[in-house]
Design a protein around this ligand. Structure first.
Ligand SMILES: [Zn+2]
Length: 323
């Protein structure tokens, strides 16, 4: 009899589910729209119903399910199961107990980038390395840290938040309320802001205008547009700077780069590597590999399943979970 776990990856518009075995094999995956109406109050019930419905379809008894892991885009207090996710409307909502009460199953919650890091560690690019730093670059920038196979979250859940590492003193205003955060310069919105600043200062380009988005900038850079190349190089500079500081301080065996940015490929990665090598402490770089993520959009679901198994003692030498 197989043992199952449900992984849930909550996004701003879509929430993805995966039914996995304890060996990390997918048995099913599905998605529902994220309901942000009414401050997201109805959404936990919809998540529970979506899981119950699918388990019934597969005729899987809850006795064969270890539990449910949930990745949330926001700040998470895992121990208390309390989440704050502005994109969904949750502010100090007790998501863990709400889901556990509805499902009658063990539920574990964590930040989505932390779980993507854990997913890559369990089944992806970090498989053979116990100490990894994962960065995801898309609309925003997130990060997750594993040390000796343990997810490091910090005392209030912000460990790994490299998107809010300050790279420009008194720089652009960030959504976190501070100025000069990394994501304001390298995430999709950051590239658009850079472009807008240059255009308003009279530095023109034949390809780009104020409506151009990140992918247009990367395409223009790949086509040799001078301004686009400059903007991408600037993003690579700040990214290299932040990752070099992270690597110097954390000394991981691997830095894994994921998120929508992978579409940019070498247009970003090549200059990033040049800047990173220039900034990093040589001793920290001695055994370090910089690699792209392998699991794409599924990393968070793998990580959510990993979290359930981890918290139940699966990876700590016990063959059966603690109940
Ligand atoms: Zn910030």
């Amino acid at each position: 009899m197989a043992t199952y776990i449900v992984g849930v990856d909550i996004g701003g518009t879509t929430t993805k589910f995966g039914l996995l075995t304890d060996k990390g094999e997918y048995r099913d995956q599905w998605r529902i729209s994220t309901d942000t109406e009414n401050g997201g109050k109805d959404f936990p019930g919809q998540i529970a119903a979506a899981i119950d419905e699918r388990l019934n379809e597969h005729r899987i008894s809850k006795r064969d399910l270890l539990g449910v892991g949930v990745g949330v885009p926001g700040f998470i207090d895992e121990e208390r199961g309390i989440v704050s996710a502005p994109n969904i409307g949750w502010k100090n909502d007790p998501l863990r107990s709400m889901l556990a009460d509805a499902l009658h199953l063990p539920v574990y919650v964590n930040n989505d980038a932390n779980l993507a890091a854990a997913g890559e560690h369990w089944q992806g690019a970090g498989k053979k390395e116990d100490s990894t730093f994962f960065i995801t670059i898309g609309t925003g920038v997130g990060g997750g840290l594993l040390v000796n196979g343990e997810l490091v979250t910090g005392v209030s859940g912000t460990a790994g938040e490299i998107g809010h590492m300050l790279v420009v003193p008194h720089g652009r205003l960030c959504t976190c309320g501070r100025e000069g955060c990394l994501e304001e310069y390298v995430a999709a919105k950051g590239l658009s802001k850079s472009l807008r600043d240059y255009l308003r200062n009279g530095i023109g380009t034949s390809i780009l205008d104020e409506n151009s988005v990140a992918i247009d900038i990367y395409e223009a850079a790949a086509a040799g547009d001078a301004l686009a190349l400059h903007i991408v190089n600037e993003a690579a500079y700040y990214l290299g700077y932040a990752l070099a500081n992270a690597a110097t301080m954390l000394n991981p065996g691997k830095i894994i780069i994921g998120g929508g940015i992978s579409a940019a490929g070498n247009t970003l990665l090549q200059p990033l590597l040049v800047h990173f090598k220039r900034f990093v402490l040589k001793e920290a770089d001695r055994k370090l590999a910089l690699e792209t993520a392998e699991l794409g959009n599924d990393a968070g679901i793998y990580g959510a399943a990993w979290l359930v198994m981890k918290r139940l003692g699966y990876f700590d030498g016990r063959s059966r979970p603690l109940k």
